[in-house]
Design a protein around this ligand. Sequence first.
Ligand code: ATP
Ligand code: MG
Length: 241
Amino acid sequence: MIVIKIGGNMVKNLTPAFFESIKQLQAQGEQILIVHGGGNLISECGKFVGQPATKIDGIRVTDQQMMAITDNVLTKIVQPELHNQFTAHSIDSTMMNDGDYPFLIGDYIDQATYGEVGAINAVKANYIDVMTYQSVGLCAPITLGPAGQKLNVNADTAAEAIASLIHADQLVLLTDVPGVMLDDQVLNQLDCQTATKLFETKKLVNGMVPKVKAAFKALDNGIQNVSITNDLSKVGTAIVH
Ligand SMILES: Nc1ncnc2c1ncn2[C@@H]1O[C@H](COP(=O)(O)OP(=O)(O)OP(=O)(O)O)[C@@H](O)[C@H]1O
Ligand SMILES: [Mg+2]
């Protein structure tokens, strides 16, 4: 299984080459699960109802109203849009959040600080397996909380957790930059020591922080092949020990 996280801004910028790569992977017998963000559109809708985005440590603070907006944007707008794009490229895909089946189970990370924000602790692996059988699984980063409520999960964190829990072979964090950059150069490889240095010297900031953290967590959890790229056919930055 390959888990691919697609950033919110990438959803609208997927290239024909991306869909070709997906077809090739499927032809090789790979199952594919896509975890998608929705960043910008969630922020736009928040602004529309007078709730500008507030982020603490790169995590979107989410009250109950924003949770409802996030849920609707991800599952009713972004996911169908992805589904339509796959259909237009003659690739079967499955909107996994369609039936509201709770296949991601988790808990609050810190309700007092972040509100309705969660982390994924368990997954229904069988459901994921069936949904990705000869079809690309499309998954929103929303988990079921302890009392049956929906909780928002950072999409990088969600992709890592799901990939780790299902023991995926590969995790690709697809974003709008060709990899982790240092002084305008893409780093072909990134080890933990170098990443720590980049954090400390503020060469690695904003959305790249949770992404790189998620990438190292996946590696620590035994996923051999973890990368950050803007092109599915190129490695970009390989995350290494
Ligand atoms: N050292 C770095 N190398 C590359 N990008 C960096 C670096 N430091 C910060 N960034 C920023 O990180 C961004 C990628 O993270 P971002 O969260 O914006 O995108 P995403 O995770 O793909 O999308 P979304 O958050 O909507 O799901 C880049 O566009 C860049 O501006
Ligand atoms: Mg991000």
